[in-house]
Design a protein around this ligand. Structure first.
Ligand code: ATP
Ligand code: MG
Length: 446
């Protein structure tokens, strides 16, 4: 088995020297066995929190989980928080959310039995693995399997429904059949879980190596219908029609777009996944021609994206990004676009999100069955870069706020910003030149 880093084995020795048992547990053992870098170290011990606190002067205690956190330096530059939790067992669950209270266990085996999946229920003391639920076998077979009675485990704590799919997406594992059936059966219990916790797991799925498979798991187990019903219904919206390039229904197109989106950013991927959600409400099929249209679907999509961002309790910044990417995903990629139109597009989406919307659009194209290389797309990308080199931000104007205040005898305030914005728009529209004299003259005319 693996040799532990010295800082980890020294840390464990501090417990062993006092006659306590201590094991590395959870994700750390899983990642060690998979040969992955361990990002956080969790331990289980038979020492009480008081005892642990007395061993480490800079430790601190979290009452809710009984976990003691201890800062430990790993290298000269970096330190990590080691989390040590006394052996616990499953308390009574009343609401599919939280145990009523923490219940301490006497043995390691009891502690491992309360954990969610077999691959997370292996302990390591530095020499031997303790693996009562055959987690190593599941690691070899690349399977997520609930510990014990799957139905019971998901009804105890419905967050595990999301955790199963999140782990499968991160590790590239499948979900064991019985466990998957239990997820399907208990999917509606996800409604008991707070949106903050659902969001955290969902964004981890988006950021994982297999976000596309993750969304398919969510869809096929019925979880997607609870957390993102707007996407779920898209699988019933056809878009194959005469003279159209589409080969998939809207839902399949959305997941295929995600699959082909080159960005690793979870919000860009999220936006790619939902970019066409407005199509469900705007679907029209002409009786005579059988032509399918989705007029203004990006306007409806923008509103839905706002709702989704609020439901997922995204930060303001994340929300702005998600909404903008959905709202402006329909840009024209064409050599006959004028510079002015290209500039307007950059201004709408904002230079900050240009690469993201290009990545979304790339996924969108390939996710509609297009071939990866397109001279038109490459040309457009070049245009975006060229046009950006030209002045087009307010700070690139040849006058600044002070000039405006001096010229108009104004005090600092929002009016100064408004005037600069007006000048900026006029420069963009080629109504005035970006020259100090021209700008000052036009201020005096305002
Ligand atoms: P990572 O830290 O890489 O996200 P992890 O498996 O370490 O993955 P944590 O959330 O840090 O996940 O949890 C540590 C361990 O605690 C898990 O490996 C698992 O054994 C246990 N655990 C966490 N959440 C639950 C839960 N909801 N139900 C049962 N056991 C859980
Ligand atoms: Mg962990």
């Amino acid at each position: 088995m693996k040799i532990l880093p010295k800082s980890v084995s020294d840390f464990m020795d501090a417990f062993k020297n006092q006659g306590f048992q201590i094991y590395v547990v959870g994700g750390a053992v899983r990642d060690l066995l998979l040969g992955k870098e361990v990002k956080n170290w969790d331990f289980a011990t038979n020492a009480t929190p008081d005892k642990i606190l007395s061993l480490f002067p800079d430790a601190f205690y979290n009452n809710t989980y009984g976990t003691v956190s201890i800062p430990v330096s790993m290298t000269r530059e970096s330190s990590l928080l080691f989390e040590v939790t006394p052996f616990r067992k499953e308390g009574e669950y009343k609401d599919s959310r939280h145990p009523e209270k923490i219940t301490w266990a006497k043995t390691l085996e009891e502690d491992l039995g309360r954990r969610d999946f077999t691959i997370n229920s292996i302990a390591y003391d530095g020499q031997n693995l303790v693996d009562p639920f055959s987690g190593q076998k599941d690691i070899l077979n690349r399977l997520i399997t609930a510990v014990g009675d799957a139905n019971k485990r998901f009804s105890e704590d419905a967050l595990r429904l999301m955790r199963a799919i999140r782990l499968a997406s991160q590790l590239g594992f499948l979900i064991d059949d019985r466990t998957r059936l239990a997820i399907e059966k208990n999917a509606r219990l996800i409604e008991k879980i707070s949106w903050e916790r659902i969001r955290d797991e969902f964004l981890k799925i988006m950021a994982s190596d297999h976000p596309y498979e993750g969304v398919l798991f969510l869809h096929n187990t019925g979880l997607l219908a609870f957390i993102l019903p707007e996407i779920d219904i898209c699988f019933a919206i056809p878009q194959k029609s005469p003279k159209r390039h589409h080969i998939y229904d809207v839902g399949t197109h959305l997941v295929m777009s995600l699959k082909n989106c080159p960005s690793r950013d979870p919000i860009t991927r999220f936006a790619t996944l939902i970019h066409d959600i407005g199509k469900a409400q705007t679907f029209r099929r002409d009786e005579k021609t059988q032509l399918i249209t989705f007029y203004n679907h990006e306007v409806v999509g923008k509103k839905l994206a706002e709702k989704i961002a609020e439901r997922f309790r995204l930060s303001n910044k994340q929300k702005e990004k998600l909404v903008k990417l959905v709202q402006f995903h329909q840009f024209t990629v064409s050599e006959i676009q004028t510079d002015k139109a290209v500039r307007r597009f950059i201004r709408n989406i904002g230079p900050e999100y240009l690469q993201d919307i290009i990545d979304l659009r790339f996924g969108d194209r390939i996710g509609s069955g297009a071939k990866p290389d397109s001279w038109r797309f490459d040309l457009f990308r070049k245009r975006l870069l060229e046009v950006q080199k030209e002045p087009f931000q307010i700070k690139d104007l040849k006058i600044n706020g002070n000039d405006v205040m001096n010229a108009l005898k104004l005090k600092p305030g929002p009016r100064v910003g408004k005037i600069l914005k007006k000048l900026f728009d006029d420069v963009i529209e080629n109504k005035i030149k970006n020259e100090k004299n021209d700008l000052l003259q036009s201020i005096n005319r305002l």
